[in-house]
Design a protein around this ligand. Structure first.
Ligand code: APR
Length: 229
């Protein structure tokens, strides 16, 4: 069985990473257009760097939770038949042991050079405008996909979703496209669809099955049922 799992901020919530649209979510304290658009970066690069530098620093204080670990366990069983597509820019899937992960919205621990377009692992702050180690120009920006930009690896994602037998959405509100539309691609290609989320997502009616509750409980239960079956 080929499975594609789409994850969103909800899977990292129990690790202590804030979601975007819940109460106390990141978009409650910040306007999207101030920190998550190319225009914001052009106008106020230092403010945008401060926002992402703080989030990168905060990553050091959080750990993967049982939901991340369960998906890593599932990969041990399914190998190449599982692909995790995440909208998250944290590295908790990798730290739990998952290897087949696509970060469609980029990664906090990566930098993108606006000069030479190189992407490179990056742990430090970017707010002091360090030079690009590849081309020497001080044009490094967070390697995250902002509103108005095209997510990474769309061809690979759509091919995998189109070939999947089961599409599972975990911890995402279904508010942001193109990720919110993957369930429709899966349905058009005959896959079964399952939603695991704290509450019904915006696209909840597109799923054959829904389980609502915390990912840290639902995901290990779901993986255990597959692995024992
Ligand atoms: N377990 C499961 N689901 C949870 C949990 C939890 N412990 N806590 C919250 N959720 C659910 C919420 O109910 C909500 O439906 O996770 C979802 C989080 O939704 P958003 O905050 O909108 O996050 P996400 O869907 O990942 O956002 C998509 O939007 O802001 C952009 O680029 C950003 O990647 C992000 C994209």
């Amino acid at each position: 069985m080929k499975i594609v799992v789409l994850t969103g901020a909800g899977i990292s919530a129990e690790s202590g990473v804030p979601t975007f649209r819940d109460a106390d979510g990141l978009w409650e304290g910040h306007r999207v257009e101030d920190v998550a658009t190319p225009e914001a970066y052009e106008a106020r690069p230092s403010a945008v760097h401060r926002f992402y530098d703080a989030r990168r620093t905060a990553l050091s204080a959080v750990e993967p939770n049982p939901a991340h670990h369960a998906l890593a366990r599932l990969e041990e069983h399914l190998g190449d038949d599982l692909l995790v597509v995440t909208q998250n820019i944290d590295d908790l899937h990798e730290r739990a042991g998952s290897r087949r992960v696509v970060h469609m919205h980029g990664e906090l621990r990566s930098a993108l050079c606006r000069g030479c377009r190189s992407r490179m692992p990056w742990q430090a702050d970017l707010g002091d405008f360090p030079p690009c180690p590849r081309c020497g120009v001080s044009e490094l920006r967070p390697d995250v996909v902002w509103f108005g930009e095209i997510p990474y690896e769309m061809d690979r994602i759509l091919a995998a979703v189109g070939e999947s037998d089961l599409f599972v959405s975990i911890g995402t509100s279904g508010a942001v496209y193109p990720a919110a539309g993957f369930v429709q691609v899966a349905l058009l290609n005959g896959a079964r669809t399952l939603e695991l989320n704290l509450q019904p997502s915006e696209g909840t009616t597109l799923f054959h099955e829904h389980r609502h509750g915390p990912a840290g409980v639902l995901v290990p239960e779901w993986v255990a049922s597959l692995v024992t079956a």
